[in-house]
Ligand binder design. Structure first.
Ligand code: SF4
Length: 705
């Protein structure tokens, strides 16, 4: 009997239609592309953490998952030891477990195969390995040189791709994807920028596709005709004089014309344009889809294989339109899946108001990876920690009670929602007229409006779940006592510091002159821009968007801004979140002046005396109408201290406990909502999630079979 269509299937009929790829059928048109996760494995084997991570998203309704890239050859090193080694025989058993887990929840899974080529580190493993590339050239990734490969080495790589593809087939994967993008080995062969060869593998379009086609041929010969083989290509190198879509389309068409592959997945960027691989929120939405549509139209002239596209596609309406119009066959929404593994189910079931949207911050996914940690997510603290905090782990409270949460910032909202989801009655009070706290200010900064998604999404869910929300409600200690809750969470936020304290000069508690009326905190400047004079000097002890975004916000309003940074580079923290290049472009074009390695010795009227942090000698003397301090916050915990001993089951969370990055406070909100703040087992011990042999089937409630 035909099942009636769900609200999502009616609203998004193209997205929720199946797609045939080679000999497999995928249940819908939403996919998760390959991405590194940093789930440590010294052995290079798929571990329980990765299995639970992927299974969670399969359970959440995604159609197609492509695994993180797995090495195919010993000379492929990567940045560290976290990547899987698909060429190891022991991998088959471990990967079979991942495949079973994903299949158990109805999704398809394809293994991505890679040779890192010049984008690895010679010393990433326990020895030193020569990096291989099409030509002898320096890599933008780790500033190392790669040697030009011989023909024998190229044959060896193709053979290892074939052997690794056979391993993937033995493990039960639905196919393999050959990584021909993002500046890795094969993409460099496909690039006139990196491929300087004068033999039959360089110099012309026919020549640059030769080695990638040889690898495709070896893989196809190994796996046979009834196993999906796809390629991922860069449509645009996004570098000056690099390859753009016209050339990329011609080149891809030549590879497709061989008839060796079953799909093309299009992306962009190389390591010389790293941000274009994983664009921060500063990039426009759907920025690659026009080129993707041109690619598909061109390939349609020679083949009917499907084409997949990525590129900051976040809106389901847009995704539906792209599939319906034939611009693409599948839409990749990867960070969307990290942020909410149930995205697809919620969409299909008409529960869009329960979706936690990715805010494109790159703070807990990419930045953690770049720092050598496992990925997680700001808006989804369970990401990467599914064994501890996945959907199946949220259990009803043993003794449902009546909770009071004071403070409607991110920590308070997250805690209130989690408490409610576990069956408690919850009242959330907020002294202001809206929820969100400092997020509302963060969302005012240039190109940061998506930070407003967090309070919007959480408020929708809080109201839907039945949390009582009281706005414009400041509570005293007596009010809290009189409320008589079974448990109280205080998430009362923080107070911005205006002392110009810097950790580089810890003996100076307060810089003279910072008590003047023309010295403002970032919060004061954003809340009341009318207080900011024409000429501004902004002191940056933050190193991120808090300071640089405020500078640009003021530049946009006609102020002259001189940023004085205690760091050795302008906003250095943006390197990890990949939004440094695009923000540099904006502030440089808008005329930002800046001084590095410096701090303020004193402020006197409209003059600030700078000092060099390395020599302690006086530097410039800057004149301004307003001085703005971006130097952190102190906990606003007066209510917590006033309630000590007066209320049972009292906790202080979020910035009120200690001002920290957003991902820390939302994680703590989740812990508080699960009543784990004081649990002796609340810490995830090193390696705890990355073992082998955990019973995901029972834990996650997989269907039997
Ligand atoms: Fe999106 Fe930020 Fe989560 Fe990354 S950390 S998935 S960018 S919300």
């Amino acid at each position: 009997m035909t099942q009636p269509k769900t609200p999502g299937e009616l609203r998004y009929p193209s997205i929720f239609s199946p797609l045939k790829i080679g000999n497999i059928t995928v249940r819908n048109r939403l996919m998760q592309t390959a991405h590194a996760k940093g789930f440590a494995s010294a052995e290079g084997l798929t571990n329980d953490r990765d299995i639970h991570y992927q299974a969670e998203r399969a359970k959440g309704g995604i159609g197609l998952i492509v695994t993180g890239a797995r090495h195919t050859h010993p000379a492929s090193t990567g940045p560290n030891r976290s990547l899987a080694r698909g060429n190891r025989q022991e991998m088959i058993e471990r990967d079979a477990e991942m495949v079973n887990a994903v299949h158990a929840f109805g999704a398809r899974i394809i293994a991505q195969l890679i040779h890192f080529g010049p984008q690895g580190r010679s010393g990433a493993l326990d020895d030193y390995r020569v990096q291989w590339g099409p030509s002898t050239m320096k890599s933008p990734a780790y500033n190392e040189w790669a040697k030009e490969m011989t023909k024998a080495e190229m044959d060896e790589v193709s053979e290892h791709f074939a052997l690794t593809a056979l391993n993937a087939k033995a493990a039960g994967f639905d196919g393999v994807e050959l990584h021909y993008s993002h500046g890795y080995l094969h993409q460099q062969f496909l690039s006139f920028v990196y491929n300087k060869r004068t033999d039959e593998y360089g110099g012309s379009l026919d020549n640059i596709v030769r080695f990638p086609i040889e690898t495709m041929q070896r893989v196809r010969d190994a796996v046979g005709p009834d196993f999906v083989v796809g390629i991922r290509v860069s449509l645009d190198e996004c570098t000056v004089d690099g390859m753009h879509a016209d050339t990329a389309i011609q080149m891809t068409r030549k590879m497709v014309e061989t008839g060796l592959i079953d799909y093309v997945s299009a992306t962009a960027g190389t390591y010389a344009a790293h941000a274009d691989q994983i664009p921060p929120g500063d990039y426009p939405e759907n920025w690659l889809v026009d080129d993707g549509a041109r690619l598909r139209a061109s390939l349609r002239e020679v083949s009917d294989i499907p084409v997949f596209i990525v590129g900051h596609i976040v809106d389901p309406e847009k995704a539906e339109a792209l599939v319906a119009s034939g611009a693409t066959d599948m839409v990749a929404m990867t960070r969307t899946q990290i942020a909410d593994p149930e995205f697809c189910n919620k969409l299909r079931e008409g529960r869009e108001d329960e979706i936690n949207h990715c805010i494109r911050c790159n703070q807990a996914c990419i930045a953690r990876l770049m720092a050598g940690n496992a990925i997680s997510c700001v808006v989804n603290p369970a990401a990467g920690r599914e064994q501890r905090f996945g959907l199946h782990t949220l259990k009803p409270a043993e003794t449902p009670g009546n909770w009071l949460v004071v403070g409607g910032g991110p920590a308070g909202m997250k805690a209130a929602l989690t408490l409610r989801q576990r069956g408690h009655l919850v009242t959330l009070v907020e002294k202001d007229d809206r929820l969100g706290g400092l997020l509302n200010l963060a969302a005012r900064l240039p190109r940061r409006h998506k930070f407003g998604f967090i309070p919007r999404d959480l408020e929708r869910q809080l109201r839907k779940a039945g949390v009582e929300i009281r706005l414009n409600c400041a509570m005293s200690a007596d009010d809290v006592v009189a409320f008589g809750a079974d448990g109280v969470l205080l998430a009362t936020g923080s107070t911005p510091l205006k002392t110009a304290f810097t950790s580089t000069r810890p003996a100076v508690d307060r810089v003279p002159g910072t008590e003047q009326d023309n010295v403002l905190s970032v919060v004061e400047a954003l809340e009341d821009p009318a207080r900011v004079g024409k000429r501004v000097v902004l002191f940056d002890e933050d190193g991120g968007r808090y300071a640089l975004g405020t500078a640009e916000y003021l530049l946009d309003r006609g102020h002259q801004v001189h940023l004085v940074s205690r760091f050795i580079a302008l906003a250095p923290n943006l390197a990890l979140t990949l939004d440094l290049p695009v923000n540099y472009q904006h502030v440089f074009r808008k005329g930002l002046q800046y001084t590095l390695n410096s701090w303020v010795r004193s402020i006197d009227g409209k003059r600030a005396q700078l000092l060099n942090l390395f020599t302690d000698e006086n530097g410039e003397s800057l004149e301004a109408d307003t001085f703005i301090i971006a130097a952190g916050h102190s906990p606003h915990d007066a209510l917590y201290r006033a309630l000590q001993g007066r209320v049972q089951n009292l906790h202080c969370i979020g910035d009120a406990r200690l001002p920290r990055p957003l991902q820390d406070t939302l994680y703590e909100g989740m812990l508080a909502g699960r009543e784990l703040l004081d649990d002796p087992n609340r810490f995830i011990e090193q390696g705890e999630l990355e073992g082998f042999g955990a019973d995901w089937r029972t834990a996650m409630g997989a269907p039997v079979g």
